[in-house]
Every structure is written in C-alpha cells, then in structure tokens.
Design a protein around this ligand. Structure first.
Ligand code: SAM
Length: 249
C-alpha cells in the first residue's frame, strides 16, 4: 500500500468532479440526432408494398436526448446533493472516523467525508477506468483534494474493490457511489460486497449507492447477517435513479 506521490499539475482553485459515463451521454445524444434525422430525410420508408411513416421516431429521439440531458444534469448538479444525502445517511459524524470511499474517481465522496473529519482519515480507492468518468485519474483526484483543502486528511490508493489490502474491521464508514455495477459479472460484484463487509468495523456503516443490482448487493449483506435498509432514489437529483443501501455491521 502506498500513497501516490503525484502533485497537482497546475494551480487549481476549484475542484472538478467530471462527467459520469461520458460515452453513454455522447451515445444518447448521437442516438437522438440519428432518430430525429430519419423522419426528416425519410418521412416514408417503403418496405415491399408497405409504406412506413417514420415520424414516430421523434419520440425515440426525444427520449434519447432527454436521457442525455438528465445524465448531464446529475453530473453537473445532482451528484453534489446525492453525496450530501449519502453522508447524512451515514449518521452522526464524530470527526475521528476512518472512512473508505470505494471507487472514489475524482474524490467526490472521499473529499465530502474528509470535510467532516478532524482527527479521522478518508481513504479513496480506485482502478480509474477511463470510460466511467471524464478525466478519471489519480492526478485529478489529487488536484481536487488539494483544491478542497483536505490533503492532510485523505489518502488515495490504487486498489480494486474486489480485492482490498486492508485488514479486517478497518473502517467506521464505507461509501461507494455508482461503482459496483461496473463489475460486469455477478461473482465479482459479490466479491466487492464481501470485501466491504470484511473491512467494515463492527458498529460501522456502509452507504452503498447504485442504479442496478441493488437487490443483489442487499442479499449478499443479508446472508452475512448484517442489518440492511434500502432507501429509494431521490428522482429529482439522480439520473439514472440511485437507490441507497445502508448496511450496519
Ligand atoms: C461513475 S464513476 C463514480 C466515481 C465516484 N464514486 C463518484 O460518485 O463521483 C465509477 C468509478 O468506479 C471505479 N471502479 C470501477 N470498477 C472498480 C473496481 N473494481 N474497483 C475500484 N474502482 C472501480 C471507476 O474507475 C470509476 O472511478
């Protein structure tokens, strides 16, 4: 385990947390344009003896564009409200907690938690998949912790959620947002949940947020005998809708 020794590349006064799933947003906008173009250029498509009116594709175009806009709004505004909700759901903060942010990306949850700490420490782990978040790399996470003034209370590590190096019972609070679904097989997602349960201290809380597979995660924690509670998504601030699972050990 080590803390990367990277330093910020440029003086930066405002942290930037990136756009989530930028490729998906781009595809939704391209899809919208493609669906809208068909009725403009080919209002009637003839297949055999059948004339097909393509104007209905405007609905598909609108759906794609709306999806792209809502995802963008989440990245630009909603995710900060969602972060605050997750931190509130973690319970009362004493300031001395050991916190882990699994899949920290550019540090959204890690930095939010660090601001609540006095003697505690927030650790962020990630493997920095480029497609999951724009500008997703350790340097941008480092720039953000410096810009937000929490360098002394944070640590950034290159670690996989499925195989963490931490000792059992290491963290009082574990946070993870939009991460575990990026593990594309069920067994891997289960491994990540088992790792979270392993490194969570007895008496600690994990706040797990994602837009799919949430019942699967809950089942894994339930089977371990941990106390779980699902909180439905706030549809005004998250898109895709992000449910939150609270796990108490
Ligand atoms: C959509 S981003 C969310 C980042 C951050 N949690 C946030 O809310 O801003 C998903 C993050 O999960 C990370 N990730 C994906 N699979 C991972 C794994 N197996 N272990 C650790 N991090 C992972 C990606 O690199 C990416 O930074």
């Amino acid at each position: 385990m080590h803390q990367p020794t990277t330093q910020p590349t440029e003086p930066q006064f405002k942290a930037k947390y990136g756009i989530d799933a930028p490729g998906v947003i781009r595809n939704l906008f391209f899809g919208g344009i493609a669906f809208a173009a068909i009725p403009i250029f080919f209002p009637l498509v003839k297949i055999g003896n059948v004339d097909i009116d393509t104007h209905g594709l405007y609905w598909s175009a609108g759906g794609c564009a709306l999806g792209g806009v809502l995802m963008l709004l989440y990245s630009l505004f909603g995710k900060f409200k969602h972060r605050d909700r997750m931190l509130r759901l973690a319970g009362e903060w004493a300031g001395d907690e050991q916190v882990l942010d699994v899949g920290t990306g550019r540090g959204l949850l890690m930095i939010g938690a660090a601001k609540k700490l006095t003697t505690g420490k927030a650790t962020g782990i990630d493997i920095w998949n480029a497609e999951d978040l724009s500008g997703n790399n350790v340097q941008h996470a480092m720039n953000n912790i410096i810009a937000e003034g929490v360098y002394a209370k944070t640590e950034i590590l290159n670690e996989n959620a499925m195989n963490m190096s931490f000792a059992d019972n290491s963290f009082d609070v574990i946070l993870t947002n939009q991460v575990i679904h990026n593990i594309y097989n069920k067994e891997g997602r289960k491994k990540a949940c088992l790792e979270i349960a392993r490194v969570l201290k007895p008496g600690g809380v994990a706040v797990i947020s994602d837009f799919r597979h949430m019942k699967e995660y809950k089942k894994t924690f339930d089977e371990l005998g941990l106390e779980t509670r699902m909180h439905p998504a706030d549809y005004l601030t998250t898109f895709p809708a992000l449910d939150i699972l609270l796990v108490h050990k």
